[in-house]
Design a binder for this molecule. Structure first.
Ligand SMILES: [Zn+2]
Length: 326
């Protein structure tokens, strides 16, 4: 599982630029599914044919990033955000562009307090001396992502972009296992989740599944003075009850609970008031699609160093395997 996750997190893929991730996924699963295609939004849709229910499993390929807005005459880049990027978490980070160029995020040192370290007081230094020199390397509209190579340590994985390449890894592993089922399984690797759950909406409309599950990360409440939260690292995948985008369909939630209990898989319940997942757009598409979620407890979401427990990841794959065979 770590190797699969590593290959996926290392692929460059901010929202709207997911094609490299899609290529990695395609190589991983193309021999194990009956059809694989991409749509106008860039969603990658792999199908394992069957005569039973149409089940859509969705994980998003895009990661958060920065987008160049202006380049000053000294060659420093000003930027906007792609998805939920917090200024304080960006400070001092290395970022990398699609062409491999590295930059460092820093701030205008005249600010009085770090509270004033807003994105518009920050810049990326790529070591260029002039605007012209910078423009040989980057252009307005180019995107960069955090650098943060994957590390396996004490049963945990630390990396950038675990949100949501860990979900992509679970779907890819599941597709490779070819679970024996009559159901028709749609492994959908979606785009532009971080900017508004966009890819999943068109994919679900086209597929019109009988039911859908989004696989994504969820924050934990187990770090010092963190906001209270029910989910902890290492205590099992979280079965979604509610987030800010969806109230899980009760029958899907119950079925996930039954699958976990019958197979001795530990689980937790996810009830959060912030953040959304692809289920948020899927469930209100095409006349309504019963939807739920399986979430991986994750520390430090939307940083260059997100942390998951590999047991939770493996148990999420087991839970989904049981679910699609049900
Ligand atoms: Zn996500």
């Amino acid at each position: 599982m770590f190797d699969t996750i590593s290959m996926l997190v290392n692929a460059f893929g901010p929202s709207g630029r997911e094609n490299r991730v899609a290529e990695v996924v395609t190589q991983m699963i193309k021999d194990k599914v009956d059809e694989i295609s991409s749509d106008a939004m860039g969603n990658l849709i792999a199908v394992k044919k069957g005569s039973g229910k149409k089940i859509m499993l969705a994980a998003h390929m895009d990661e958060i990033g920065l987008i160049i807005t202006t380049i000053d005459d000294k060659g420093f880049l000003r930027f906007g955000t792609v998805g939920g990027v917090l200024p304080l978490i960006s400070l001092g980070q290395r970022v990398v562009f699609e062409n491999g160029l590295t930059g460092v995020v820093w701030y205008e040192e005249s600010i009085e307090s770090m509270k004033d370290a807003k994105i518009d007081k920050m810049y990326i230094d790529i070591g260029a001396k002039t605007r012209e020199q910078a423009r040989e390397l980057v252009e307005i509209g180019d995107m960069a992502v955090f650098e943060g190579r994957p590390v396996e340590q004490n049963g945990l994985i630390i990396s950038k972009a675990l949100d949501d390449r860990v979900g992509c890894a679970i779907l890819a592993e599941l597709a490779r296992r070819c679970p024996a089922t009559d159901n028709e399984i749609y492994y959908v690797f979606t785009t532009q989740e971080e900017v508004g759950l966009r890819g999943a909406r068109t994919a679900a409309y086209a597929i019109r599944p009988d039911l859908a599950i989004a696989i994504d990360v969820t924050r934990t409440g187990d770090t010092p003075k963190s906001k209270p939260g029910a989910v902890s690292l290492g205590e099992g995948p979280a079965i979604k009850v509610k987030d800010n985008s969806v109230i899980a369909h009760p029958r899907i939630r119950e079925r996930l609970v039954d699958c976990a209990r019958e197979n001795g898989i530990p689980f937790q319940f996810e009830v959060v008031d912030k953040g959304g997942t692809d289920a948020g757009s899927i469930h209100i598409t095409a006349g309504g699609i019963p939807s739920g979620g399986v979430s991986i407890p994750t520390r430090f979401i939307h940083s260059a160093s997100e942390i998951v427990d590999i047991k939770d990841v493996e148990n999420a794959a087991r839970l989904l395997e049981a679910f699609i065979k049900f």
